[in-house]
Design a protein around this ligand. Structure first.
Ligand code: GDD
Ligand code: MN
Length: 380
Protein backbone atom coordinates (compact mmCIF):
# COMPACT_ATOMS: atom_id res chain seq x y z
CA UNK A 1 0.00 0.00 0.00
CA UNK A 2 1.31 3.48 -0.82
CA UNK A 3 1.06 6.41 1.56
CA UNK A 4 -1.47 8.06 -0.72
CA UNK A 5 -3.54 4.89 -0.66
CA UNK A 6 -3.75 5.10 3.12
CA UNK A 7 -4.74 8.75 2.92
CA UNK A 8 -7.40 8.00 0.39
CA UNK A 9 -8.82 5.32 2.64
CA UNK A 10 -8.92 7.83 5.48
CA UNK A 11 -10.58 10.41 3.33
CA UNK A 12 -13.35 7.99 2.45
CA UNK A 13 -13.96 6.73 5.95
CA UNK A 14 -14.07 10.12 7.65
CA UNK A 15 -16.58 11.26 8.69
CA UNK A 16 -17.59 7.66 9.33
CA UNK A 17 -20.49 6.70 7.13
CA UNK A 18 -22.04 4.67 9.93
CA UNK A 19 -23.15 7.87 11.62
CA UNK A 20 -26.68 8.19 10.38
CA UNK A 21 -29.16 10.78 11.59
CA UNK A 22 -29.36 11.47 15.33
CA UNK A 23 -31.43 8.80 17.05
CA UNK A 24 -35.12 9.43 17.36
CA UNK A 25 -35.44 6.90 20.16
CA UNK A 26 -32.97 5.96 22.89
CA UNK A 27 -33.70 2.72 24.73
CA UNK A 28 -32.10 2.87 28.16
CA UNK A 29 -31.34 -0.52 29.67
CA UNK A 30 -29.98 -0.65 33.22
CA UNK A 31 -27.86 -3.73 33.77
CA UNK A 32 -26.36 -5.54 36.65
CA UNK A 33 -24.95 -8.99 35.87
CA UNK A 34 -26.88 -9.46 32.61
CA UNK A 35 -24.06 -10.79 30.46
CA UNK A 36 -26.11 -13.68 29.12
CA UNK A 37 -29.08 -11.53 28.13
CA UNK A 38 -27.79 -8.47 26.32
CA UNK A 39 -26.80 -10.01 22.98
CA UNK A 40 -30.27 -11.51 22.62
CA UNK A 41 -31.86 -8.20 23.62
CA UNK A 42 -29.82 -6.36 20.97
CA UNK A 43 -30.90 -8.93 18.37
CA UNK A 44 -34.54 -8.43 19.24
CA UNK A 45 -34.29 -4.64 19.32
CA UNK A 46 -32.53 -4.65 15.97
CA UNK A 47 -35.32 -6.58 14.35
CA UNK A 48 -38.28 -4.84 15.97
CA UNK A 49 -36.89 -1.30 15.56
CA UNK A 50 -35.81 -1.64 11.93
CA UNK A 51 -36.96 1.50 10.14
CA UNK A 52 -36.60 3.70 13.22
CA UNK A 53 -33.46 5.68 14.06
CA UNK A 54 -32.78 4.09 17.40
CA UNK A 55 -29.98 3.44 19.82
CA UNK A 56 -29.70 1.45 23.02
CA UNK A 57 -27.70 2.61 26.03
CA UNK A 58 -26.70 -0.01 28.54
CA UNK A 59 -26.02 1.57 31.91
CA UNK A 60 -23.97 -0.96 33.80
CA UNK A 61 -22.87 -0.64 37.42
CA UNK A 62 -19.57 -2.37 36.81
CA UNK A 63 -21.09 -5.86 36.99
CA UNK A 64 -18.57 -8.49 38.05
CA UNK A 65 -19.66 -10.78 35.20
CA UNK A 66 -18.28 -8.39 32.59
CA UNK A 67 -21.59 -7.14 31.19
CA UNK A 68 -20.10 -3.79 30.21
CA UNK A 69 -17.11 -5.32 28.43
CA UNK A 70 -19.46 -7.45 26.36
CA UNK A 71 -21.75 -4.50 25.64
CA UNK A 72 -18.79 -2.45 24.48
CA UNK A 73 -17.51 -5.22 22.29
CA UNK A 74 -20.92 -5.47 20.61
CA UNK A 75 -20.93 -1.68 20.35
CA UNK A 76 -17.61 -1.72 18.52
CA UNK A 77 -19.29 -3.24 15.52
CA UNK A 78 -22.78 -1.80 15.87
CA UNK A 79 -23.34 1.97 16.05
CA UNK A 80 -26.80 1.47 17.57
CA UNK A 81 -25.20 0.49 20.84
CA UNK A 82 -23.65 2.51 23.62
CA UNK A 83 -22.63 1.55 27.11
CA UNK A 84 -22.08 3.66 30.20
CA UNK A 85 -19.94 1.88 32.76
CA UNK A 86 -20.48 3.34 36.23
CA UNK A 87 -17.82 2.55 38.75
CA UNK A 88 -18.32 2.60 42.52
CA UNK A 89 -22.04 3.24 42.27
CA UNK A 90 -25.13 1.07 42.47
CA UNK A 91 -28.76 1.85 41.93
CA UNK A 92 -31.47 1.24 39.41
CA UNK A 93 -33.14 4.67 39.30
CA UNK A 94 -29.85 6.52 39.20
CA UNK A 95 -28.62 4.32 36.36
CA UNK A 96 -31.79 4.93 34.35
CA UNK A 97 -31.64 8.68 34.85
CA UNK A 98 -28.01 8.76 33.83
CA UNK A 99 -28.82 6.83 30.65
CA UNK A 100 -31.71 9.15 29.85
CA UNK A 101 -29.58 12.24 30.39
CA UNK A 102 -26.90 10.82 28.10
CA UNK A 103 -29.38 10.81 25.24
CA UNK A 104 -30.00 13.55 22.72
CA UNK A 105 -32.98 11.82 21.15
CA UNK A 106 -36.40 13.41 21.63
CA UNK A 107 -37.86 10.18 23.01
CA UNK A 108 -36.43 7.71 25.51
CA UNK A 109 -37.61 4.31 26.70
CA UNK A 110 -36.54 2.41 29.78
CA UNK A 111 -36.65 -1.37 29.87
CA UNK A 112 -34.99 -4.27 31.69
CA UNK A 113 -32.20 -6.33 30.16
CA UNK A 114 -33.54 -9.73 31.17
CA UNK A 115 -36.16 -9.95 28.39
CA UNK A 116 -39.06 -9.86 30.85
CA UNK A 117 -40.33 -6.75 29.13
CA UNK A 118 -41.95 -7.31 25.75
CA UNK A 119 -39.82 -5.39 23.25
CA UNK A 120 -42.41 -5.83 20.50
CA UNK A 121 -44.41 -3.12 22.26
CA UNK A 122 -41.79 -0.45 21.52
CA UNK A 123 -43.05 0.60 18.06
CA UNK A 124 -46.58 0.98 19.41
CA UNK A 125 -45.30 3.02 22.33
CA UNK A 126 -43.43 5.31 19.96
CA UNK A 127 -46.56 5.67 17.87
CA UNK A 128 -48.49 6.72 20.95
CA UNK A 129 -45.87 9.38 21.67
CA UNK A 130 -46.12 10.62 18.09
CA UNK A 131 -49.86 10.67 18.61
CA UNK A 132 -49.44 13.20 21.42
CA UNK A 133 -48.69 11.25 24.59
CA UNK A 134 -45.84 12.48 26.79
CA UNK A 135 -45.49 9.24 28.70
CA UNK A 136 -46.45 5.72 27.69
CA UNK A 137 -46.47 3.08 30.40
CA UNK A 138 -46.30 -0.61 29.52
CA UNK A 139 -48.69 -2.08 32.05
CA UNK A 140 -49.16 -5.55 33.48
CA UNK A 141 -52.51 -4.59 34.92
CA UNK A 142 -54.67 -3.27 32.09
CA UNK A 143 -56.84 -5.66 30.11
CA UNK A 144 -54.62 -7.90 28.02
CA UNK A 145 -51.63 -7.54 30.31
CA UNK A 146 -50.42 -10.06 32.84
CA UNK A 147 -47.84 -10.54 35.50
CA UNK A 148 -48.30 -14.11 36.62
CA UNK A 149 -45.36 -15.85 35.01
CA UNK A 150 -42.53 -13.75 36.38
CA UNK A 151 -43.81 -13.40 39.94
CA UNK A 152 -44.04 -15.73 42.91
CA UNK A 153 -47.31 -15.66 44.89
CA UNK A 154 -45.81 -13.63 47.70
CA UNK A 155 -44.27 -11.09 45.40
CA UNK A 156 -47.49 -10.74 43.43
CA UNK A 157 -49.32 -10.01 46.66
CA UNK A 158 -46.68 -7.49 47.76
CA UNK A 159 -46.66 -5.89 44.34
CA UNK A 160 -50.46 -5.54 44.38
CA UNK A 161 -50.39 -3.94 47.81
CA UNK A 162 -47.59 -1.55 46.92
CA UNK A 163 -49.30 -0.62 43.67
CA UNK A 164 -52.56 0.12 45.48
CA UNK A 165 -50.81 2.30 48.04
CA UNK A 166 -48.88 4.13 45.39
CA UNK A 167 -52.02 4.88 43.44
CA UNK A 168 -53.82 6.23 46.48
CA UNK A 169 -50.88 8.34 47.61
CA UNK A 170 -49.93 9.79 44.25
CA UNK A 171 -53.50 10.08 43.06
CA UNK A 172 -52.35 8.66 39.75
CA UNK A 173 -54.70 6.87 37.39
CA UNK A 174 -51.90 4.73 36.04
CA UNK A 175 -52.66 1.05 36.67
CA UNK A 176 -49.00 -0.01 36.90
CA UNK A 177 -47.06 2.84 38.50
CA UNK A 178 -44.27 0.41 39.47
CA UNK A 179 -43.58 -0.65 35.91
CA UNK A 180 -39.97 -0.70 34.88
CA UNK A 181 -41.00 -0.41 31.21
CA UNK A 182 -42.06 2.96 29.82
CA UNK A 183 -41.35 5.57 27.16
CA UNK A 184 -41.25 9.32 27.69
CA UNK A 185 -40.37 12.57 25.94
CA UNK A 186 -36.89 13.37 27.09
CA UNK A 187 -37.59 17.01 28.04
CA UNK A 188 -40.04 15.80 30.68
CA UNK A 189 -37.10 14.23 32.49
CA UNK A 190 -34.51 16.88 31.70
CA UNK A 191 -36.62 19.55 33.42
CA UNK A 192 -36.93 17.56 36.62
CA UNK A 193 -33.69 15.63 36.62
CA UNK A 194 -32.57 17.08 39.90
CA UNK A 195 -35.80 16.38 41.73
CA UNK A 196 -36.01 12.76 40.69
CA UNK A 197 -34.76 10.46 43.38
CA UNK A 198 -31.51 8.89 42.40
CA UNK A 199 -31.81 6.21 45.05
CA UNK A 200 -34.24 3.34 44.96
CA UNK A 201 -35.93 1.30 42.30
CA UNK A 202 -39.16 3.01 41.45
CA UNK A 203 -38.25 5.57 38.85
CA UNK A 204 -41.64 5.62 37.14
CA UNK A 205 -43.46 6.21 40.40
CA UNK A 206 -41.12 9.06 41.12
CA UNK A 207 -41.69 10.54 37.66
CA UNK A 208 -45.43 10.34 38.15
CA UNK A 209 -45.10 12.02 41.49
CA UNK A 210 -42.83 14.77 40.29
CA UNK A 211 -44.25 15.55 36.88
CA UNK A 212 -47.41 13.48 36.70
CA UNK A 213 -49.99 16.23 36.69
CA UNK A 214 -48.51 17.91 33.66
CA UNK A 215 -48.06 14.83 31.49
CA UNK A 216 -50.39 13.26 28.99
CA UNK A 217 -50.17 9.58 29.91
CA UNK A 218 -51.15 6.44 28.01
CA UNK A 219 -50.97 2.81 29.00
CA UNK A 220 -50.43 -0.24 26.84
CA UNK A 221 -50.85 -3.82 28.01
CA UNK A 222 -48.08 -6.39 27.96
CA UNK A 223 -47.30 -9.76 29.41
CA UNK A 224 -44.50 -9.75 31.93
CA UNK A 225 -42.33 -12.67 30.87
CA UNK A 226 -40.10 -15.04 32.75
CA UNK A 227 -36.51 -13.85 33.29
CA UNK A 228 -34.37 -15.46 30.61
CA UNK A 229 -31.07 -15.89 32.42
CA UNK A 230 -29.59 -14.93 35.79
CA UNK A 231 -31.67 -13.81 38.75
CA UNK A 232 -33.64 -10.82 40.02
CA UNK A 233 -31.70 -8.19 41.92
CA UNK A 234 -34.77 -6.76 43.57
CA UNK A 235 -35.46 -8.34 46.94
CA UNK A 236 -36.95 -7.46 50.32
CA UNK A 237 -34.77 -4.37 50.49
CA UNK A 238 -36.70 -2.95 47.56
CA UNK A 239 -39.76 -2.81 49.78
CA UNK A 240 -37.78 -0.91 52.40
CA UNK A 241 -36.53 1.48 49.74
CA UNK A 242 -40.03 1.90 48.48
CA UNK A 243 -41.43 2.72 51.92
CA UNK A 244 -38.58 5.20 52.33
CA UNK A 245 -39.52 6.87 49.07
CA UNK A 246 -43.17 7.10 50.11
CA UNK A 247 -42.29 8.62 53.49
CA UNK A 248 -39.85 11.05 51.97
CA UNK A 249 -42.47 12.19 49.48
CA UNK A 250 -45.16 12.43 52.14
CA UNK A 251 -42.88 14.71 54.15
CA UNK A 252 -42.67 16.94 51.10
CA UNK A 253 -39.36 15.55 49.93
CA UNK A 254 -37.38 17.69 52.39
CA UNK A 255 -35.72 14.74 54.07
CA UNK A 256 -33.66 12.46 51.87
CA UNK A 257 -34.65 8.78 51.79
CA UNK A 258 -31.23 7.92 53.11
CA UNK A 259 -31.64 10.07 56.20
CA UNK A 260 -35.03 8.50 56.93
CA UNK A 261 -33.49 5.07 56.61
CA UNK A 262 -30.67 6.14 58.92
CA UNK A 263 -33.26 7.37 61.41
CA UNK A 264 -35.27 4.14 61.21
CA UNK A 265 -32.10 2.15 61.85
CA UNK A 266 -31.39 4.41 64.82
CA UNK A 267 -34.85 3.75 66.23
CA UNK A 268 -34.35 0.01 65.90
CA UNK A 269 -31.07 0.55 67.78
CA UNK A 270 -33.05 1.97 70.72
CA UNK A 271 -34.94 -1.33 70.85
CA UNK A 272 -31.69 -3.29 70.81
CA UNK A 273 -30.33 -1.04 73.55
CA UNK A 274 -33.28 -1.75 75.84
CA UNK A 275 -33.19 -5.49 75.19
CA UNK A 276 -29.48 -5.77 75.91
CA UNK A 277 -29.79 -3.52 78.96
CA UNK A 278 -32.50 -5.74 80.41
CA UNK A 279 -30.53 -8.88 79.64
CA UNK A 280 -27.31 -7.53 81.18
CA UNK A 281 -29.11 -6.39 84.33
CA UNK A 282 -31.32 -9.37 84.99
CA UNK A 283 -29.52 -12.36 83.46
CA UNK A 284 -25.86 -11.34 83.58
CA UNK A 285 -26.45 -9.37 86.82
CA UNK A 286 -24.02 -6.62 85.83
CA UNK A 287 -24.08 -3.25 87.58
CA UNK A 288 -26.20 -0.57 85.92
CA UNK A 289 -23.13 1.26 84.58
CA UNK A 290 -21.67 -1.85 82.96
CA UNK A 291 -25.07 -2.90 81.64
CA UNK A 292 -25.66 0.50 80.12
CA UNK A 293 -22.20 0.50 78.52
CA UNK A 294 -22.76 -2.97 77.08
CA UNK A 295 -26.13 -1.86 75.72
CA UNK A 296 -24.63 1.27 74.12
CA UNK A 297 -21.92 -0.72 72.35
CA UNK A 298 -24.41 -3.36 71.23
CA UNK A 299 -26.77 -0.70 69.84
CA UNK A 300 -23.96 1.15 68.02
CA UNK A 301 -22.71 -2.10 66.51
CA UNK A 302 -26.22 -3.06 65.47
CA UNK A 303 -26.75 0.35 63.88
CA UNK A 304 -23.45 0.12 62.05
CA UNK A 305 -24.21 -3.31 60.60
CA UNK A 306 -27.73 -2.33 59.51
CA UNK A 307 -26.52 0.91 57.99
CA UNK A 308 -23.84 -1.01 56.14
CA UNK A 309 -26.42 -3.47 54.81
CA UNK A 310 -29.26 -1.06 54.07
CA UNK A 311 -28.68 2.66 54.34
CA UNK A 312 -25.32 2.66 52.62
CA UNK A 313 -25.42 -0.64 50.78
CA UNK A 314 -24.24 1.11 47.62
CA UNK A 315 -21.01 1.90 49.47
CA UNK A 316 -20.89 -1.22 51.63
CA UNK A 317 -17.69 -1.73 53.62
CA UNK A 318 -16.00 -5.09 54.06
CA UNK A 319 -12.78 -6.51 55.48
CA UNK A 320 -10.50 -3.99 57.16
CA UNK A 321 -12.52 -1.07 55.86
CA UNK A 322 -15.48 -2.52 57.78
CA UNK A 323 -13.41 -2.57 60.98
CA UNK A 324 -12.07 0.95 60.36
CA UNK A 325 -15.58 2.19 59.60
CA UNK A 326 -16.92 0.62 62.79
CA UNK A 327 -14.26 2.38 64.89
CA UNK A 328 -15.03 5.67 63.19
CA UNK A 329 -18.74 5.06 63.79
CA UNK A 330 -18.12 4.49 67.54
CA UNK A 331 -16.18 7.74 67.62
CA UNK A 332 -18.84 9.67 65.69
CA UNK A 333 -21.59 8.35 67.97
CA UNK A 334 -19.61 9.34 71.05
CA UNK A 335 -19.06 12.88 69.81
CA UNK A 336 -22.69 12.95 68.64
CA UNK A 337 -23.93 12.06 72.11
CA UNK A 338 -21.78 14.75 73.71
CA UNK A 339 -23.45 17.20 71.31
CA UNK A 340 -26.80 15.61 72.11
CA UNK A 341 -26.41 16.11 75.87
CA UNK A 342 -24.99 19.62 75.41
CA UNK A 343 -27.83 20.84 73.22
CA UNK A 344 -30.48 19.17 75.37
CA UNK A 345 -29.11 20.76 78.55
CA UNK A 346 -28.85 24.15 76.87
CA UNK A 347 -32.47 24.02 75.67
CA UNK A 348 -33.61 22.65 79.03
CA UNK A 349 -31.98 25.65 80.72
CA UNK A 350 -34.52 27.86 78.88
CA UNK A 351 -37.29 26.11 80.85
CA UNK A 352 -38.30 23.89 77.97
CA UNK A 353 -40.00 20.67 79.03
CA UNK A 354 -37.67 17.74 79.45
CA UNK A 355 -39.05 15.80 76.48
CA UNK A 356 -38.69 18.74 74.09
CA UNK A 357 -35.11 19.28 75.22
CA UNK A 358 -34.41 15.54 75.01
CA UNK A 359 -35.90 15.25 71.54
CA UNK A 360 -33.94 18.26 70.28
CA UNK A 361 -30.74 16.74 71.65
CA UNK A 362 -31.50 13.40 70.00
CA UNK A 363 -32.16 15.07 66.64
CA UNK A 364 -28.90 17.01 66.82
CA UNK A 365 -27.03 13.82 67.68
CA UNK A 366 -28.69 11.94 64.81
CA UNK A 367 -27.97 14.68 62.26
CA UNK A 368 -24.35 14.78 63.37
CA UNK A 369 -23.98 10.99 63.10
CA UNK A 370 -25.63 11.06 59.71
CA UNK A 371 -23.34 13.79 58.44
CA UNK A 372 -20.20 11.98 59.59
CA UNK A 373 -21.49 8.66 58.25
CA UNK A 374 -22.29 10.09 54.82
CA UNK A 375 -19.21 12.24 54.46
CA UNK A 376 -16.50 10.19 56.12
CA UNK A 377 -17.48 6.59 56.75
CA UNK A 378 -19.47 5.46 53.73
CA UNK A 379 -18.02 7.70 51.06
CA UNK A 380 -19.71 7.29 47.70
N1 GDD B 1 -27.31 -0.39 36.56
C1 GDD B 1 -28.02 -1.12 37.43
N2 GDD B 1 -27.77 -1.00 38.77
N3 GDD B 1 -28.96 -1.97 36.96
C2 GDD B 1 -29.66 -2.70 37.87
C3 GDD B 1 -29.45 -2.63 39.25
C4 GDD B 1 -28.44 -1.72 39.72
O1 GDD B 1 -28.19 -1.57 40.92
N4 GDD B 1 -30.31 -3.49 39.87
C5 GDD B 1 -31.01 -4.08 38.88
N5 GDD B 1 -30.62 -3.63 37.67
C6 GDD B 1 -31.13 -3.99 36.34
C7 GDD B 1 -31.18 -5.46 36.06
O2 GDD B 1 -29.97 -5.92 35.50
C8 GDD B 1 -32.34 -5.55 35.09
O3 GDD B 1 -31.95 -5.26 33.76
C9 GDD B 1 -33.29 -4.48 35.57
O4 GDD B 1 -32.48 -3.56 36.30
C10 GDD B 1 -34.41 -5.01 36.46
O5 GDD B 1 -33.85 -5.77 37.53
P1 GDD B 1 -34.47 -7.17 37.93
O6 GDD B 1 -33.61 -7.69 39.02
O7 GDD B 1 -34.68 -8.04 36.74
O8 GDD B 1 -35.87 -6.68 38.54
P2 GDD B 1 -37.27 -7.45 38.56
O9 GDD B 1 -37.50 -8.26 37.34
O10 GDD B 1 -37.37 -8.16 39.86
O11 GDD B 1 -38.30 -6.21 38.55
C11 GDD B 1 -38.45 -5.44 37.37
O12 GDD B 1 -39.67 -5.49 36.76
C12 GDD B 1 -40.76 -4.96 37.52
C13 GDD B 1 -41.97 -5.01 36.68
O13 GDD B 1 -41.82 -4.25 35.50
C14 GDD B 1 -38.13 -3.97 37.67
O14 GDD B 1 -38.11 -3.25 36.46
C15 GDD B 1 -39.18 -3.37 38.58
O15 GDD B 1 -38.90 -1.98 38.75
C16 GDD B 1 -40.53 -3.53 37.93
O16 GDD B 1 -41.54 -3.16 38.87
MN1 MN C 1 -36.30 -8.84 35.89
Amino acid sequence: KTASGVQAARAVSWPPSIHGPVAELTVVVPTYAERDNIAELVRRLTSILAGIDWEVVFVDDDSPDGTSALAKSIASTDPHIRCIRRVGRRGLSGACIEGILSSSAPVVAVMDADLQHDETLLPQMLQAIHGGADLVVASRYVAGGSAEQGFSGLRRWGSGLATGMARILTGTQVSDPMSGFFMIRREAIEEHAEALAKEGYKLLLDILWTTGKSLKIMELAYRFRERRSGESKLDARVTIDYLGLLFSKLLGGVLPVRFLMFGAVGLSGVGVHLLVLGYALSTLRLSFEWSQLTAVIAAMTWNFILNNQLTYRDARLSGWRFVGGLMMFYLACSIGSIGNVGVASWIYSYHATAWVAGLAGAIIGAVFNYAVSSALIWKR
